[in-house]
Ligand binder design. Structure first.
Ligand SMILES: [Zn+2]
Length: 262
């Protein structure tokens, strides 16, 4: 195993620790910078040694040192997921280190989007529109938009912008179609903006692939809920987590580029 990938995992786990703060505070419109981390149960500040990603949760057996109340397993889960994503993305994109770092940041945003949407049925614009803008900014370094030696400087930003716009259009069409068919909002405005963000990083085909994969995952989950008797047909399920999973999948380029068009 590559030592640099382990370092990426370590950074990823610290990033995951920050994402936990974002997931909690952003929907509550609190600052993600100050104050320092607090116990989610009693609100006391947490010492750095009790805030080590994954490790502290295990050492404290899932309880706060302050109040001994249980701390959700989601905290170490987010930290571990961010660590694995960072390690995997580093292995995938390490030859272009700046883009590797940018893709780690972007997939972390998708992870935060997934959990915020899961909790609140909302996707904050800061994350979806932020993803689109930063994707545009990093497009010249993005291997997805590599125009080759004869491409102009404008090609990568143009492809990124086109990915965002068509992702937005595709999402909008699905939202309008879904509303006409089911007479309720199945695919909301937050999902549309998220698809634009995914398109800015992985192009038109990336947005399309994320939508297909997200729909597949969402349907499997919905059918499972129905069969297990955990939900009725009229219950809404958030779409963002599945779309975000499709977007993260894209960053690993596991499907041939442009699937299923090429
Ligand atoms: Zn506490």
């Amino acid at each position: 195993m590559d030592l640099s990938a382990l370092v990426a995992c370590l950074f990823g786990s610290l990033y995951g620790s920050f994402l936990n703060v974002v997931i909690w505070r952003l929907p509550r419109e609190e600052s993600v910078v100050t104050p320092r981390s607090r116990c989610p149960r009693c609100g006391k500040p947490i010492a750095w040694r009790d805030n080590l990603p994954v490790l502290s949760w295990i050492l404290l057996r899932g309880r706060g040192r302050c109040c001994r109340k249980p701390i959700s397993v989601r905290y170490p889960f987010v930290e571990a997921a961010a660590a694995l994503l960072a390690g995997g993305l580093w292995l995938k994109w390490g030859e272009t280190p700046v883009f590797a770092g940018a893709s780690i940041a972007a997939c972390g945003v998708l992870l935060a989007v997934a959990l915020i949407d899961w909790d609140t049925f909302l996707i904050p614009d800061e994350l979806s529109i932020g993803l689109a803008l930063v994707g545009l900014l990093f497009s010249p370094l993005n291997p997805y938009f590599d125009a080759g030696p004869f491409g102009g400087w404008w090609q990568a930003p143009w492809w990124s912008m086109r990915g965002a716009l068509l992702g937005f259009g595709l999402g909008w069409a699905v939202a309008a179609g879904g509303e006409a068919m089911f007479k309720k909002e199945a695919f909301g405005g937050g999902d549309v903006k998220l698809l634009a963000g995914i398109g800015a990083w992985t192009g038109v085909t990336g947005a399309f692939d994320a939508l297909m994969l997200g729909s597949l995952l969402g349907s499997v989950y919905g059918l499972w809920l129905l069969r297990a008797g955990k939900a009725r047909r009229s219950d809404a399920i958030p779409f963002g987590p599945f779309l975000a999973a499709g977007g993260v999948f894209n960053f690993f380029q596991l499907l041939p580029l442009g699937w299923p068009f090429n």
